[in-house]
Design a protein around this ligand. Sequence first.
Ligand code: UD1
Ligand code: UDP
Length: 366
Amino acid sequence: MSTNIPFQVVHVTGARPNFPKAAPVVRALDDRSVRQRLIHTGQHYDERMSNVFFRQLGLPEPDENLAVGSGSHASQTGEIMVRLERLLMVSRPSLIVVYGDVNSTLAATLVATKLDIPVAHVEAGLRSFNRSMPEEINRLVTDRLSQLLFATSPDALVHLGNEGLDPSKVHFVGNPMIDTLLANLHLFDVPLIRRQLALPQRYGVATLHRPANVDDPGDAAELSKALHTVADQLPIVLPLHPRGRERLATAGLFRHPQIRVIEPQGYVEFLSLVRGAQVVITDSGGVQEETTVLGVPCLTLRAETERPVTITHGTNRLVNREDLAEAVKALLEVQRPAAGWPTPPLWDGRAGIRIADVIAQFVGAG
Ligand code: UD1
Ligand code: UDP
C-alpha cells in the first residue's frame, strides 16, 4: 500500500478479533483498486495477539502503528484518539472503516466523526443489552455515528431499526469473520495439531477472557473449579488470553492434570484445535461464530449473547459455571453430525465482497 497518494479508505484495527474481520474487506477493496491504508492502534501488541494474524491472514503490514498499548478504558481510548487525530488531520480519507466492538473501534469512530470523515462499521447492530460490558457501549456509540452499517445477522437489522437508525445506511452483508474461516478451512489440520500438542483423540478447548469471568479473584476461583470438574471427564486445552492469566493461575486453574494451559495460538493453529474438539467452552464472540460454522458444540459461559444467531442457527448454548460440567457430559453422550447443519444466512464466504461493493460505490470508485 503506497502512502504518497490520497487515500480513499483507511481501516482502523487494533485488537485480535479485528484482524480476521478486516482481511477479506481489505482484499476485496484491493481487487477493486481502491486506494487504502491500514492503521494498527497497537491495542494488542504481543506477537501472538497481533503479528501472527497479519502473516497468516495475508493482511498487509500496517502503514502506521499507533503503539498505544494497554491501559484503563479512558486512557487507552483517549490515547488512540490523540494519536489517530494527528494522522487523519494530515491525510483526510473519504471513509474510515472500523470493525467489531473494541476500544479501537470506538476511538476511531469518535475521531473521524469529529473531523467530518464518514465511518463504516463492520459488524453493526449486535446487542447484548448488557451495558456493564464495555463492548456494548462501544457498539452503541459506533453505530449511532456511522454512515455505513454492515450487519452480519438479521437480529442486528432489527436492533438498528429499533434504535431509529436510517435504513438506507444499513447493509445486510453476512459475516467477514466467516469469510476468513472458509478461506482457510483447508489449512485447519486436526491430526497435525493433535500430534504437535500431544493431545488425545477426544479433548475440549476453552478460551476465556471476559472481565466478568476473569477479572475478579472470586469469579476466577469459581471458574477454575468449574473447569476442573469438566477436566475430570475430558482433557481440556486452554490457549489463554493474557488478560486473565495471572488471576486464573493464582486461582489454581493450572493444577488439574487434565488441564493444559498454552499460549494464545495463531489463527490456523487455533481453528485446527477447535475443529477437532468434542466441545468448546468460551466467552469469546468470534469463537461462538466459528464453532457454529464448523459444527462444533459450543458452551458459552455468559448470561447473554449479542450473537443469538449462533444459538438459533448454530451449535451454541449459554451456560453458567454451575451447570457447565453437566452440559459437557450431556454433549459427550450424543453423536455429532458429520455435516449438514444449518448456518446463519449469508455466512457464505462473500461478505467481504459485498462490503467492498458498497464501499467502492460510496467513495466513488465503483
Ligand atoms: C479486548 C476487547 C474485547 C475483545 C478482546 C479480544 C475492549 C474494551 N476489549 O479485550 O472486546 O474481546 O480484546 O481479545 O476493547 N495484554 C497483553 N498483550 C497484548 C494485549 C493485551 O498482555 O498484546 C494484556 C494486558 O495486560 C492488558 C490486558 O491484556 O491490560 C487487556 O487488554 P485490552 O486490550 O485492554 O482488553 P482485552 O481484555 O484484550
Ligand atoms: N483466536 C486465535 N487464537 C487464540 C484465540 C482466538 O486465533 O488463541 C482467534 C479466533 O479466530 C477468534 C478471534 O481470535 O474468533 C478473536 O478472538 P477473541 O476471543 O480474542 O475476541 P472476541 O471475538 O471475543 O472479541
